[in-house]
Design a protein around this ligand. Structure first.
Ligand code: LLP
Length: 414
């Protein structure tokens, strides 16, 4: 975790005990650490100092305005995938020249609004999208800056839902097709080839596939430059894995950076990285309160007030988030299955969690929940979504109020 620690029997976000946040704001609540976020961003920025670079934070990981603003203040650019994400980065007055637009299914409206906003780069994923972009740009008498997202046919060796780099997936186009698209774009008045793009998967815990994929991108980049294209960006995507459990071995940030930079040696380009999880995942927790303790054979269920609607990752990807009590109780530890209140058997937050003296009303922290937690939360079971809190030093503030029951039916009619 970044910005979180255990001291004197309590878990803290910087100088704020998590118990105080639960008391003041209630549960379930996402809590993020400013220091954790800033430290990670700055460390990455420093590690990339040897070459021109753009850190385009992947907004989908956590799109809270306060976090986006923090990132923008640090100098981050943004990787967006929808009109909503574009609106969010505009809301925090992000520099549009540092925004790249990814996604396999961009609509004409999305492309057009992004053109008008003068973003840096469209990462195009099909011939059809390229035709659409060209037509829209010509109507605006513009030249749309684009990169083709290459599918390098590489297995990212991650959860099957998170792998995007192999041929069978819907993402990108094969290298040969990419070459043809670049060649074809020469004759299109609304297009300007400006880069090469790829992204092979998320929560990658091995770097060899990444290095191989970037190698493919770099070869294409070189050959396009040799053909006279004035490219500027080589976008290597995101996907860098983090540790979800204490002691879990994942590559260090430097190892990821090396894997990306090695194939680019000698290449004059601005390298674009699109990390989401690596920046925010370990800078956030989800607080939940124990509602009931229910014995079950040798074990017991700790039934908490956060469910799969609040944090979908365990149910969807079998993700294993560490869980701790925010205030340690004396006594012998025993094992609990931490479950939510949702009417689904998959609604398990964590298994085999060792806790001592657990009681009704205790507050638990579900760790590493800063990425793809709140951004994937839903209202399933008509549950209002959690509040979000940002800690800075010894202070904290609510950066998103808890949803109310009335907000659940906003826009519905009787
Ligand atoms: N760039 C592109 C084109 C992407 O599709 C993604 C993530 C990223 C960057 C950022 O990936 P990251 O650095 O955060 O791994 N909901 C899943 C993760 C889905 C990721 C989708 N694309 C989860 O909770 O694990």
């Amino acid at each position: 975790m970044s910005g979180f620690s255990a001291r004197r029997g309590l878990w803290w976000a910087e100088q704020v005990p998590l118990l105080s946040v639960a008391e003041f704001v209630g549960t379930p609540t996402y809590v993020y650490s400013t220091q954790g976020l800033v430290e990670r961003y700055q460390a990455l920025d420093r590690a990339l100092v040897s070459c021109p670079h753009l850190i385009a934070y992947s907004v989908k990981a956590n799109s809270n305005l306060a976090l986006l603003k923090l990132m923008a203040e640090q100098g981050a650019g943004f990787d967006i995938v929808s009109l909503g994400e574009l609106a969010r980065v505009r809301k925090v007055r992000a520099d549009m020249r540092r925004v790249v637009f990814s996604g396999v299914g961009k609509t004409a409206e999305e492309l057009d609004v992004a053109l008008a906003a003068k973003i840096a780069l469209f990462n195009v994923e099909s011939a059809s999208e390229l035709v659409m972009l060209d037509a829209l740009a010509r109507r605006r008498k513009m030249k749309a800056p684009f990169a083709i997202r290459v599918n390098p046919d590489v297995d990212a060796r991650t959860h099957r839902h998170l792998a995007t780099g192999s041929r069978e997936t819907k993402f990108g186009v094969p290298v040969t097709e990419a070459k043809a698209l670049y060649a074809w774009s020469r004759g299109m008045k609304g297009l300007r080839a400006l880069g090469v793009d790829g992204h092979i998967g998320s929560q990658m815990t091995r770097v060899a596939p990444l290095e191989r994929a970037v190698g493919t991108l770099a070869r294409l980049y070189r050959s396009l430059c040799a053909d006279g294209f004035g490219l500027e960006y080589l976008d290597v995507g995101g996907g860098w894995g983090i540790d979800y459990q204490q002691g879990e071995r994942v590559p260090t940030m430097q190892t990821f950076v090396d894997a990306v930079l090695k194939p680019l040696r000698g290449l004059a380009t601005t390298v674009v990285v699109e990390p989401g999880r690596w920046l925010v995942g370990n800078a956030g927790v989800l607080l939940a309160r124990v509602q009931h303790v229910k014995p079950s054979g040798q074990s017991a269920f700790a039934i908490v007030d956060a469910g799969m609607n609040d944090l979908l990752r365990p149910a969807l990807y079998q993700a294993k988030h560490a869980v701790t009590a925010v205030a340690r109780r004396p006594g012998r530890a025993r094992e609990y299955t931490v479950v939510g209140p949702i009417c689904e058997t998959a609604d398990v937050m964590a298994k085999a969690v060792r806790l001592s003296g657990l009681q009704q009303g205790d507050v638990l922290a579900i760790h590493s929940a800063g990425a793809y937690g709140m951004s994937m939360a839903s209202n399933y079971n008509s549950r209002p979504r959690p509040a979000e809190v940002l800690v800075e030093g010894g202070r904290f503030r609510v950066i998103r109020e808890r949803e109310t029951v009335e907000q659940l039916w906003r826009g519905e009619t009787l």
